[in-house]
Structures are given as C-alpha cells and as structure tokens.
Design a protein around this ligand. Structure first.
Ligand code: SAM
Length: 280
C-alpha cells in the first residue's frame, strides 16, 4: 500500500538528510519492506504506535497507511523534523512528532487510551539500552502490548538464544523472563541506505502476563555475575555476589559445577529468589 507523499529519495534530498553514522542512520526506502514491518506489527487499527528514530519517515508512513490510529515518533536529528511535519500534515491528528533523545523520552504522558505498541528500525548504537529500559519497565505487564524492533542480526540472536547456545547471555535471560521473543525475518544490508556491514533482523516481543515472580534487580545481578565469567562453574562465578555460592546454588536446586550458559531462565529466577532470602 502506498501513499500520495513524494518518494523518500526526494524527501531526503529536499531536506538535506544525508545519513550520519554518528546517529546510527541507515534508512529504509523500500515501501514493500516498510509495509512488511508495519504489517508484522499489526493489525494496527485503534493502536497507538511509538516509533523511535523515524528519520525521513519511511516506516512512519507505512505504519500510518497500515491503519495505526496514531504514531508518536521521537527523532533526535533536527534535519528530519520538517520532513516529518509534511507527513503529519498529510495525516491530520495522527502523527505526533517529538524532537528529542529517545533515551530520555517517556511517551506515557502523551498517551490517550487504547493499546500501545513500540515499532522501530532502531539506531544500533542505542538499541540495547532502549530494549533493556523497555524490558525492565515497572509496573509489569508494561504500558505497551508488543515490541517490534529491528536489530543487528547478532544482537537479535543473543536476545532469542536458548540455554546451551553460545549466544545465550544476560539479554536472553532478561528478554525470556519477561517476554516471548522471536525473530520474525531478516533484512539484507542492501535494503538500507547506506547499507550497514551486517544483516539485520526484525524481532517481536510479546510481554508475558505473569513472568515468574522475582526481583528484577537481583535477577540482573545474578545473571551479570554468572555470565561475567561464563566459562567458569557457577560455584566460582557466583562468588562475586557475596553470600556463600554453594548455599545459593543448593537452595536454587542447581549443580555447583554447572555453567551460566546451561541454566534456563527459571534457574536464574530461582537464584535471584535465593539471593533475596535471608542468608544464614
Ligand atoms: N526509521 C527510519 C528508517 O527506517 O528509515 C530511520 C532508522 S535509522 C536506523 C535510526 C534513526 O534513529 C535515525 O533517524 C536517527 O537520527 C535516529 N536516532 C538516533 N539516535 C537517536 C536518539 N537518541 N533518539 C531518537 N532518535 C535517534
């Protein structure tokens, strides 16, 4: 589905939005692809989409043509704002542009009811920081009903990695604890302008209604200690936590000789629970 707005290449030329590496700018100009991402996040009827880094607005336009009730788009590059204002004029009342830093932006005061979804072709330099902030939202279930995000393939693999795999780590534990995450599809570098060095992947996160109960900060401490020395046995790596690691492992029902990458999310939750219990 296309709109009557000018081609993105013309928009970029007219507004002088040549991609800057420092802003993680790799633009998607192919309407088939932006449409595919928007549909992967759909159906969007009645949904408010929070988009990070709209740039010249390719994905923004797709989200609006695919029927998003409203898009709230936060963009740090001031050069892109005038281009986005043209889109806002084309879809009266449906596009809210926020000129600012996504790392400091809380969309909640701008929301006006209905489901909220975060959809973005993320700037890679801040992608993990943004994801961790969304995954550690409080209260839980969070204010959004789904995340549909583009990452570098290597980061996407770390997010969805199962226990036992080489890429399983802190991000997999956090994402697996609070959400069901899966890679929807890959995007080849040639689809971006300029092309990045690596393949990208679109990842979907559906928040779990009831994640296993545990203190998030303790879960992060446990997985940080365990994966900080991922080749060591847990009886060694968990010494960093303070209390006797053997007692912690025993109350979590985990073998002291196990290594971080063998432990499923439930095991890390059990360790966090053991850490929160009074120590003898
Ligand atoms: N959505 C556009 C697309 O798909 O063509 C652009 C995606 S590009 C990978 C990332 C976008 O994030 C750029 O427009 C960049 O200016 C913006 N950006 C980078 N850092 C940002 C930040 N801290 N806050 C908000 N936007 C940021």
């Amino acid at each position: 589905m296309s709109d009557d707005l000018p081609p993105l290449r013309d928009v970029i030329r007219r507004h002088g939005i040549a991609a800057k590496k420092s802003l993680g700018q790799n633009f998607l100009l192919d309407l088939n692809l932006t449409g595919r991402i928007a549909r992967a996040a759909g159906p969007l009827d009645g949904v408010t989409v929070v988009e990070i880094g709209p740039g010249p607005g390719g994905l923004t336009r797709a989200l609006l043509t695919e029927g998003a009730r409203r898009v709230i788009a936060v963009e740090r590059d001031r050069r892109a704002i005038a281009a986005l204002e043209e889109i806002a004029a084309h879809y009266p009342g449906r596009l809210t542009i926020v000129a600012g830093d996504a790392l400091e932006f809380d969309p909640r005061p701008l929301l006006d009811g209905g489901p909220v979804r975060i959809v973005a072709n993320l700037p890679y330099n801040i992608a993990t920081a943004l994801l961790v902030a969304w995954l550690t939202a409080e209260p839980w279930p969070p204010w959004y009903d789904r995340l549909v995000l583009m990452f570098q393939r290597e980061v996407a693999e770390r997010i969805v990695a199962p226990p036992g795999s080489k890429t399983y780590g802190r991000l997999s534990v956090l994402a697996g604890w609070r959400t069901q995450a899966k890679i929807l599809f890959d995007v080849h570098p040639s689809n971006f302008v300029p092309p990045p060095k690596v393949t990208s992947s679109v990842v979907e996160f559906v928040p779990r209604a009831r994640p296993l109960p545990c203190n998030r900060a303790l879960l992060e401490r446990v997985s940080e200690a365990a994966f900080g020395q991922r080749r060591k046995m847990l009886r060694q790596s968990l010494k960093a936590l303070g209390p006797d690691p053997l007692a912690l492992l025993a109350s979590a029902g985990i073998e002291p000789t196990a290594r971080a990458e063998q432990i499923p999310v439930e095991g890390f939750v059990a360790l966090a629970q053991a850490l929160s219990a009074p120590h003898p």
